[in-house]
Design a protein around this ligand. Structure first.
Ligand code: AHR
Length: 321
Protein backbone atom coordinates (compact mmCIF):
# COMPACT_ATOMS: atom_id res chain seq x y z
CA UNK A 1 0.00 0.00 0.00
CA UNK A 2 1.49 3.40 -0.94
CA UNK A 3 1.64 6.39 1.45
CA UNK A 4 -1.48 8.11 0.05
CA UNK A 5 -3.50 4.91 0.37
CA UNK A 6 -2.14 4.41 3.88
CA UNK A 7 -3.23 7.93 4.90
CA UNK A 8 -6.66 7.43 3.36
CA UNK A 9 -6.81 4.07 5.10
CA UNK A 10 -5.97 5.59 8.45
CA UNK A 11 -8.63 8.30 8.01
CA UNK A 12 -11.35 5.88 6.94
CA UNK A 13 -10.38 3.31 9.57
CA UNK A 14 -10.82 6.03 12.17
CA UNK A 15 -14.26 6.71 10.68
CA UNK A 16 -15.25 3.08 11.27
CA UNK A 17 -14.49 1.45 7.90
CA UNK A 18 -12.64 -1.87 7.84
CA UNK A 19 -9.15 -2.19 6.37
CA UNK A 20 -10.26 -4.90 3.91
CA UNK A 21 -12.87 -2.57 2.48
CA UNK A 22 -10.22 0.07 1.82
CA UNK A 23 -8.45 -2.08 -0.72
CA UNK A 24 -11.81 -2.84 -2.36
CA UNK A 25 -10.67 -6.35 -1.64
CA UNK A 26 -14.14 -7.53 -0.71
CA UNK A 27 -15.93 -10.84 -0.56
CA UNK A 28 -19.52 -10.85 -1.75
CA UNK A 29 -21.92 -13.79 -1.46
CA UNK A 30 -24.45 -14.04 -4.29
CA UNK A 31 -27.60 -16.09 -3.77
CA UNK A 32 -28.57 -16.79 -7.38
CA UNK A 33 -31.95 -18.30 -8.32
CA UNK A 34 -30.69 -21.04 -10.62
CA UNK A 35 -30.37 -21.39 -14.38
CA UNK A 36 -33.95 -21.39 -15.62
CA UNK A 37 -33.27 -19.19 -18.65
CA UNK A 38 -30.58 -18.00 -21.05
CA UNK A 39 -30.85 -14.60 -19.41
CA UNK A 40 -30.19 -16.08 -15.96
CA UNK A 41 -27.13 -17.98 -17.20
CA UNK A 42 -25.87 -14.74 -18.76
CA UNK A 43 -26.37 -12.85 -15.52
CA UNK A 44 -24.25 -15.42 -13.67
CA UNK A 45 -21.49 -15.24 -16.31
CA UNK A 46 -21.47 -11.44 -16.33
CA UNK A 47 -21.46 -11.34 -12.49
CA UNK A 48 -18.27 -13.43 -12.45
CA UNK A 49 -16.52 -11.19 -14.95
CA UNK A 50 -17.68 -8.01 -13.19
CA UNK A 51 -16.37 -9.37 -9.87
CA UNK A 52 -12.95 -9.94 -11.47
CA UNK A 53 -12.95 -6.42 -12.94
CA UNK A 54 -13.82 -4.97 -9.53
CA UNK A 55 -11.25 -7.11 -7.71
CA UNK A 56 -13.97 -8.72 -5.60
CA UNK A 57 -14.21 -12.36 -4.54
CA UNK A 58 -17.69 -13.55 -5.53
CA UNK A 59 -19.15 -16.67 -3.95
CA UNK A 60 -22.18 -17.84 -5.92
CA UNK A 61 -24.78 -20.21 -4.41
CA UNK A 62 -27.23 -21.72 -6.92
CA UNK A 63 -30.64 -22.10 -5.23
CA UNK A 64 -32.16 -24.29 -7.95
CA UNK A 65 -35.36 -22.21 -7.91
CA UNK A 66 -36.01 -22.78 -4.18
CA UNK A 67 -36.47 -19.94 -1.71
CA UNK A 68 -35.48 -22.25 1.17
CA UNK A 69 -32.08 -22.78 -0.51
CA UNK A 70 -31.68 -19.01 -0.87
CA UNK A 71 -32.41 -18.51 2.82
CA UNK A 72 -29.85 -21.22 3.73
CA UNK A 73 -27.27 -19.60 1.46
CA UNK A 74 -27.81 -16.18 3.04
CA UNK A 75 -27.39 -17.67 6.52
CA UNK A 76 -24.20 -19.36 5.40
CA UNK A 77 -22.86 -16.09 3.94
CA UNK A 78 -23.64 -14.36 7.25
CA UNK A 79 -21.80 -17.09 9.16
CA UNK A 80 -18.80 -16.68 6.82
CA UNK A 81 -18.76 -12.94 7.53
CA UNK A 82 -18.88 -11.79 3.88
CA UNK A 83 -18.69 -8.05 3.22
CA UNK A 84 -21.99 -7.91 1.31
CA UNK A 85 -24.72 -10.18 0.00
CA UNK A 86 -26.35 -10.07 -3.44
CA UNK A 87 -29.80 -11.63 -3.61
CA UNK A 88 -31.87 -12.37 -6.73
CA UNK A 89 -35.11 -13.20 -4.89
CA UNK A 90 -37.03 -16.01 -6.58
CA UNK A 91 -40.29 -14.73 -5.06
CA UNK A 92 -41.20 -11.38 -3.52
CA UNK A 93 -42.32 -12.44 -0.03
CA UNK A 94 -40.86 -14.33 2.93
CA UNK A 95 -37.52 -12.55 3.30
CA UNK A 96 -38.03 -10.53 6.49
CA UNK A 97 -36.48 -12.89 9.05
CA UNK A 98 -33.30 -13.69 7.12
CA UNK A 99 -32.75 -10.11 5.96
CA UNK A 100 -33.13 -8.92 9.56
CA UNK A 101 -30.35 -11.39 10.46
CA UNK A 102 -28.11 -9.87 7.77
CA UNK A 103 -28.92 -6.38 9.01
CA UNK A 104 -28.08 -7.34 12.60
CA UNK A 105 -24.76 -8.72 11.35
CA UNK A 106 -24.22 -5.35 9.56
CA UNK A 107 -23.91 -7.03 6.18
CA UNK A 108 -25.48 -4.92 3.41
CA UNK A 109 -27.79 -6.77 1.04
CA UNK A 110 -28.28 -5.73 -2.58
CA UNK A 111 -31.23 -7.08 -4.56
CA UNK A 112 -30.45 -8.05 -8.16
CA UNK A 113 -33.01 -8.15 -11.00
CA UNK A 114 -36.08 -8.88 -8.83
CA UNK A 115 -37.72 -6.99 -6.02
CA UNK A 116 -39.19 -7.95 -2.66
CA UNK A 117 -42.34 -6.76 -0.93
CA UNK A 118 -42.24 -3.03 -0.24
CA UNK A 119 -42.53 -3.75 3.48
CA UNK A 120 -38.95 -5.09 3.42
CA UNK A 121 -37.44 -1.89 2.00
CA UNK A 122 -35.39 -1.00 5.09
CA UNK A 123 -33.82 -4.46 5.06
CA UNK A 124 -31.63 -3.94 1.99
CA UNK A 125 -29.18 -1.30 0.84
CA UNK A 126 -30.30 -0.93 -2.77
CA UNK A 127 -32.00 -2.85 -5.60
CA UNK A 128 -30.49 -3.06 -9.09
CA UNK A 129 -33.47 -3.86 -11.30
CA UNK A 130 -35.29 -2.71 -14.41
CA UNK A 131 -38.76 -1.18 -14.22
CA UNK A 132 -40.58 -4.43 -14.89
CA UNK A 133 -44.02 -2.79 -15.01
CA UNK A 134 -42.65 -0.56 -17.77
CA UNK A 135 -41.27 -3.60 -19.66
CA UNK A 136 -44.76 -5.11 -19.76
CA UNK A 137 -46.26 -1.78 -20.80
CA UNK A 138 -43.75 -1.43 -23.66
CA UNK A 139 -44.70 -4.92 -24.87
CA UNK A 140 -48.43 -4.10 -24.68
CA UNK A 141 -48.03 -0.76 -26.43
CA UNK A 142 -46.03 -2.38 -29.23
CA UNK A 143 -48.83 -4.89 -29.78
CA UNK A 144 -51.55 -2.23 -29.75
CA UNK A 145 -49.61 -0.19 -32.30
CA UNK A 146 -48.94 -3.23 -34.49
CA UNK A 147 -52.52 -4.55 -34.68
CA UNK A 148 -54.28 -1.17 -34.87
CA UNK A 149 -58.04 -1.67 -34.72
CA UNK A 150 -57.95 -5.37 -35.68
CA UNK A 151 -59.39 -7.75 -33.03
CA UNK A 152 -56.52 -9.55 -31.31
CA UNK A 153 -56.78 -12.44 -28.84
CA UNK A 154 -53.61 -12.70 -26.80
CA UNK A 155 -52.31 -15.70 -24.88
CA UNK A 156 -49.92 -14.90 -22.05
CA UNK A 157 -47.07 -17.04 -20.68
CA UNK A 158 -46.36 -15.81 -17.19
CA UNK A 159 -43.10 -16.11 -15.28
CA UNK A 160 -42.65 -17.82 -11.92
CA UNK A 161 -45.68 -17.38 -9.68
CA UNK A 162 -44.92 -14.91 -6.88
CA UNK A 163 -41.85 -13.42 -8.60
CA UNK A 164 -41.96 -9.60 -8.66
CA UNK A 165 -41.13 -9.56 -12.37
CA UNK A 166 -44.03 -11.89 -13.22
CA UNK A 167 -46.54 -9.80 -11.26
CA UNK A 168 -45.18 -6.55 -12.71
CA UNK A 169 -44.86 -7.69 -16.33
CA UNK A 170 -48.48 -8.85 -16.24
CA UNK A 171 -49.64 -5.57 -14.69
CA UNK A 172 -47.61 -3.49 -17.17
CA UNK A 173 -48.92 -5.35 -20.21
CA UNK A 174 -52.49 -4.92 -19.01
CA UNK A 175 -51.79 -1.19 -18.64
CA UNK A 176 -50.27 -1.12 -22.14
CA UNK A 177 -53.37 -2.58 -23.77
CA UNK A 178 -55.88 -0.71 -21.59
CA UNK A 179 -58.27 1.42 -23.60
CA UNK A 180 -57.96 -0.93 -26.62
CA UNK A 181 -60.84 -3.40 -26.20
CA UNK A 182 -59.93 -5.07 -29.51
CA UNK A 183 -56.78 -6.45 -27.78
CA UNK A 184 -57.75 -9.04 -25.13
CA UNK A 185 -55.86 -11.56 -23.02
CA UNK A 186 -57.88 -14.76 -23.51
CA UNK A 187 -55.58 -17.19 -21.68
CA UNK A 188 -52.84 -16.71 -19.14
CA UNK A 189 -50.77 -19.33 -17.35
CA UNK A 190 -47.32 -19.72 -15.84
CA UNK A 191 -44.53 -21.28 -17.87
CA UNK A 192 -42.08 -20.72 -14.99
CA UNK A 193 -39.60 -18.81 -17.20
CA UNK A 194 -38.40 -22.05 -18.87
CA UNK A 195 -38.40 -23.14 -22.53
CA UNK A 196 -39.83 -26.56 -21.71
CA UNK A 197 -42.80 -25.20 -19.78
CA UNK A 198 -43.33 -22.40 -22.30
CA UNK A 199 -43.68 -25.04 -24.99
CA UNK A 200 -45.95 -27.26 -22.90
CA UNK A 201 -48.31 -24.42 -21.93
CA UNK A 202 -48.40 -23.10 -25.50
CA UNK A 203 -49.41 -26.57 -26.72
CA UNK A 204 -52.37 -26.48 -24.35
CA UNK A 205 -53.28 -22.92 -25.47
CA UNK A 206 -53.22 -24.05 -29.11
CA UNK A 207 -55.51 -27.00 -28.37
CA UNK A 208 -57.93 -24.84 -26.40
CA UNK A 209 -58.01 -22.10 -29.05
CA UNK A 210 -59.15 -23.97 -32.15
CA UNK A 211 -55.72 -25.35 -33.06
CA UNK A 212 -54.31 -21.82 -32.74
CA UNK A 213 -56.75 -20.23 -35.20
CA UNK A 214 -58.21 -17.99 -32.49
CA UNK A 215 -54.82 -16.71 -31.33
CA UNK A 216 -53.55 -13.43 -32.74
CA UNK A 217 -50.52 -12.91 -30.47
CA UNK A 218 -48.39 -14.49 -27.74
CA UNK A 219 -46.99 -12.38 -24.90
CA UNK A 220 -44.32 -14.17 -22.84
CA UNK A 221 -42.68 -12.78 -19.71
CA UNK A 222 -39.33 -13.99 -21.05
CA UNK A 223 -37.72 -15.01 -24.34
CA UNK A 224 -37.01 -18.58 -23.28
CA UNK A 225 -40.71 -19.34 -22.84
CA UNK A 226 -41.28 -17.68 -26.22
CA UNK A 227 -38.66 -19.86 -27.88
CA UNK A 228 -40.54 -22.89 -26.48
CA UNK A 229 -43.87 -21.42 -27.66
CA UNK A 230 -42.47 -20.83 -31.16
CA UNK A 231 -41.50 -24.50 -31.32
CA UNK A 232 -45.02 -25.52 -30.23
CA UNK A 233 -46.59 -23.26 -32.89
CA UNK A 234 -44.34 -24.65 -35.62
CA UNK A 235 -45.10 -28.25 -34.61
CA UNK A 236 -48.84 -27.41 -34.81
CA UNK A 237 -48.35 -26.16 -38.37
CA UNK A 238 -48.73 -22.49 -37.40
CA UNK A 239 -46.50 -19.63 -38.53
CA UNK A 240 -45.19 -17.62 -35.56
CA UNK A 241 -44.03 -14.13 -36.51
CA UNK A 242 -46.57 -13.84 -39.35
CA UNK A 243 -49.86 -15.65 -38.53
CA UNK A 244 -49.30 -15.24 -34.80
CA UNK A 245 -47.39 -12.22 -33.45
CA UNK A 246 -44.89 -12.60 -30.62
CA UNK A 247 -43.59 -10.19 -28.01
CA UNK A 248 -41.44 -11.13 -25.04
CA UNK A 249 -38.78 -9.81 -22.64
CA UNK A 250 -34.99 -10.27 -22.13
CA UNK A 251 -33.38 -9.88 -25.59
CA UNK A 252 -31.34 -13.10 -25.43
CA UNK A 253 -29.49 -14.16 -28.61
CA UNK A 254 -31.93 -16.96 -29.49
CA UNK A 255 -34.87 -14.58 -29.82
CA UNK A 256 -32.86 -12.51 -32.33
CA UNK A 257 -32.16 -15.71 -34.24
CA UNK A 258 -35.94 -16.32 -34.34
CA UNK A 259 -36.56 -12.68 -35.31
CA UNK A 260 -34.01 -12.93 -38.13
CA UNK A 261 -35.85 -16.03 -39.37
CA UNK A 262 -39.16 -14.10 -39.27
CA UNK A 263 -40.52 -16.31 -36.47
CA UNK A 264 -40.58 -13.71 -33.67
CA UNK A 265 -41.53 -10.04 -33.74
CA UNK A 266 -40.37 -8.09 -30.70
CA UNK A 267 -38.46 -8.26 -27.42
CA UNK A 268 -37.74 -5.82 -24.59
CA UNK A 269 -34.13 -5.91 -23.43
CA UNK A 270 -33.14 -6.65 -19.84
CA UNK A 271 -29.42 -6.21 -19.26
CA UNK A 272 -27.69 -9.22 -17.67
CA UNK A 273 -25.22 -6.80 -16.07
CA UNK A 274 -26.85 -6.24 -12.69
CA UNK A 275 -23.67 -7.07 -10.76
CA UNK A 276 -21.58 -4.20 -12.21
CA UNK A 277 -23.73 -1.38 -10.77
CA UNK A 278 -24.27 -3.43 -7.58
CA UNK A 279 -20.51 -3.82 -7.06
CA UNK A 280 -19.94 -0.10 -7.70
CA UNK A 281 -22.56 0.68 -5.05
CA UNK A 282 -21.16 -1.76 -2.48
CA UNK A 283 -17.57 -0.60 -2.98
CA UNK A 284 -18.55 3.08 -2.64
CA UNK A 285 -20.56 2.23 0.47
CA UNK A 286 -17.81 0.19 2.08
CA UNK A 287 -14.91 2.45 1.22
CA UNK A 288 -16.47 5.93 1.39
CA UNK A 289 -19.71 5.41 3.27
CA UNK A 290 -21.69 6.57 0.21
CA UNK A 291 -25.30 5.44 0.57
CA UNK A 292 -26.69 4.55 -2.87
CA UNK A 293 -30.24 5.40 -3.99
CA UNK A 294 -32.78 2.75 -2.98
CA UNK A 295 -33.29 1.80 -6.64
CA UNK A 296 -30.60 1.65 -9.32
CA UNK A 297 -32.71 1.32 -12.45
CA UNK A 298 -31.41 -0.44 -15.55
CA UNK A 299 -32.61 0.43 -19.07
CA UNK A 300 -35.37 -1.34 -21.04
CA UNK A 301 -35.06 -1.13 -24.83
CA UNK A 302 -37.54 -2.45 -27.38
CA UNK A 303 -36.18 -4.40 -30.38
CA UNK A 304 -38.30 -5.34 -33.38
CA UNK A 305 -37.61 -6.96 -36.74
CA UNK A 306 -36.70 -3.47 -37.99
CA UNK A 307 -33.60 -3.45 -35.77
CA UNK A 308 -31.45 -5.80 -37.84
CA UNK A 309 -31.91 -8.87 -35.63
CA UNK A 310 -29.25 -10.83 -37.52
CA UNK A 311 -26.58 -8.27 -36.59
CA UNK A 312 -27.81 -8.08 -32.99
CA UNK A 313 -27.66 -11.89 -32.79
CA UNK A 314 -24.08 -11.88 -34.11
CA UNK A 315 -23.01 -9.25 -31.57
CA UNK A 316 -24.74 -10.95 -28.61
CA UNK A 317 -23.83 -14.57 -29.27
CA UNK A 318 -20.15 -13.80 -28.65
CA UNK A 319 -20.98 -12.63 -25.16
CA UNK A 320 -21.65 -16.27 -24.39
CA UNK A 321 -25.37 -16.20 -23.75
O1 AHR B 1 -35.72 -11.68 -13.02
C1 AHR B 1 -35.41 -11.63 -14.37
C2 AHR B 1 -36.06 -12.75 -15.10
O2 AHR B 1 -35.66 -13.98 -14.57
C3 AHR B 1 -35.70 -12.84 -16.56
O3 AHR B 1 -36.44 -12.00 -17.36
C4 AHR B 1 -36.01 -14.27 -16.82
O4 AHR B 1 -35.49 -14.78 -18.01
C5 AHR B 1 -35.36 -14.87 -15.62
O5 AHR B 1 -35.66 -16.12 -15.38
Amino acid sequence: MNFKALMLGTALFGAGFSASALAADLTVGFSQIGSESGWRAAETTVSKSEAKKHNVTLKIADAQQKQENQIKAIRSFIAQGVDAIFLAPVVATGWDAVLKEAKEAQIPVVLLDRDIDPAGKDLYLTAVTSDSVHEGAVAGQWLVKTVGTKPCNVVELQGTVGASVATNRKKGFEEGIAGHPNVKIVRSQTGDFTRAKGKEVMESFIKAEGGGKNICAVYAHNDDMMVGAIQAMKEAGLKPGTEILTVSIDAVPDIFKAMAAGEANATVELTPNMAGPALDAVIAYKTKGTVPPKWIQTESKLYTQADNPKAVYESKKDLGY
